[in-house]
Design a protein around this ligand. Structure first.
Ligand SMILES: CSC[C@@H](O)[C@@H](O)C(=O)COP(=O)(O)O
Length: 356
């Protein structure tokens, strides 16, 4: 059984969700009970282990899990890792029980590695911030949710903000509410409050006036997939922030483990962007506050009945708008194909510029 903290219910309730089979986990992934790129990878790997332990068809389970959400490359990566470990074990003569144990061990290894990656990203990210903006006292704007809720450890972008906070260098965390599912308001504000950070919530469309007022020193965001050319797919609303940041000469820093870099996707245009149901936009609440169903009609109307909605879950920021990509292997800045590939191969410098 997989036990998840049901993120749909936060911040109102801390409720566990028990997934006893793969369809339940797929539903949890689709409805964002479990979400965020690195955690999706971990959940996917555990899902394969669950399928193996329960005697389900592992190949079919892997297909269902990997296809539950298309943009976050970590999901397919985690599923593939556990499925490969399982298949290898069978090939080497293990019986089903032993092979299931191998798949579980692989999921646990991924979980551990992700926690380690978080800690290293936090350290590299803070050093990079200090290099870019000597003097500290950062006012950081972030989007969506990138903390411990999305990771085996402290997370990605939020982990850097938390490191700055721990070093007494975070003056304020500006938290975008992140329409329509409010990952910023519900989850990042929840994590910031628990961490004792000075934070302020804003509507996504208030970011422009915040930049104009000179109140943002840096943008820190995560990523769901980074293409080989450095294009960054992240929660919808990230790209407009990158444009604002460039206009206002503010660093736009992406923090993600190398497992989020997909060298097989050559450029941003090739990234599949998940399109989500329109009722997430046309109704207030669903699925976050409406409980565990993600059915149309569960929330209060935000628009006249029958209104069409455009609801991409992610957008893609081109590499020229990204100041730096921070990974567990170091930092690439400016963002180049070669620099990214070197980081993925573990050849990055600790901090400072990758080679372009
Ligand atoms: C490390 S978190 C990076 C991204 O996964 C995060 O910013 C994000 O966009 C999550 O989207 P979500 O749709 O909530 O899964």
């Amino acid at each position: 059984m997989i036990v998840l903290l049901d993120q749909r219910r936060l911040p109102a309730e801390e409720v566990e969700l028990l997934c006893t089979d793969v369809p339940a986990l797929v539903e949890a992934i689709r409805t964002l009970a479990v979400r965020g790129a690195p955690l999706l990878g971990i959940a996917g790997a555990y899902g394969v282990a669950l399928a193996a332990a329960r005697g389900f068809d592992v190949e079919e389970a892997a297909g269902l899990l990997a296809g539950a959400r298309p943009t976050a490359v970590n999901l397919a990566y985690g599923v593939r890792r556990a499925a490969r470990a399982y298949e290898e074990a069978l090939k080497n003569g293990a019986d089903g029980v032993r092979a299931a144990a191998v798949a579980l061990a692989e999921a646990r290894a991924l979980h551990r590695e992700d926690a380690e990656a978080s800690a290293r990203m936090a350290a590299h990210g803070l050093t990079h911030l200090e290099e870019l903006l000597p003097g500290g006292g950062y006012r950081v704007l972030t989007h969506c949710n990138t903390g411990a809720l999305v990771s085996g450890g402290g997370g990605t972008a939020f982990a850097v903000a938390a490191a700055a906070h721990g070093a007494g260098q975070l003056r304020r965390l500006w938290v975008d509410e992140t329409r329509p599912l409010l990952q910023g308001a519900r989850l990042t504000a929840y994590e910031a409050a628990r961490a004792g950070m000075a934070y302020t919530l804003l509507t996504d469309n208030a970011a422009g006036s915040l930049f104009a007022a000179g109140e943002v020193d840096a943008v820190l965001i995560g990523a769901d997939r980074i293409a080989a050319d450095g294009s960054v797919a992240n929660k919808v609303g990230s790209y407009p922030l990158a444009v604002l940041a460039r206009y206002h000469h503010v660093p736009f820093i992406v923090v993600a483990p190398t497992t989020t870099v997909d060298l097989g996707t050559l450029e941003g245009a090739a990234i599949e962007v998940e399109q989500r149901p329109g009722h997430e936009v046309t109704e207030f609440s669903a699925p976050a506050v409406a409980g565990v169903t993600a059915e149309p009609g569960a929330g209060a109307p935000a628009a006249p009945l029958g209104t069409q909605a455009y609801n991409p879950a992610f957008d893609v920021t081109p590499p020229e708008l990204v100041t730096a990509v921070v990974t567990e292997n170091g930092v690439v800045s400016p963002v180049t194909r070669t620099g990214l590939a070197e980081l993925c191969a573990g050849q990055g410098k600790g901090t400072g510029s990758g080679q372009g």
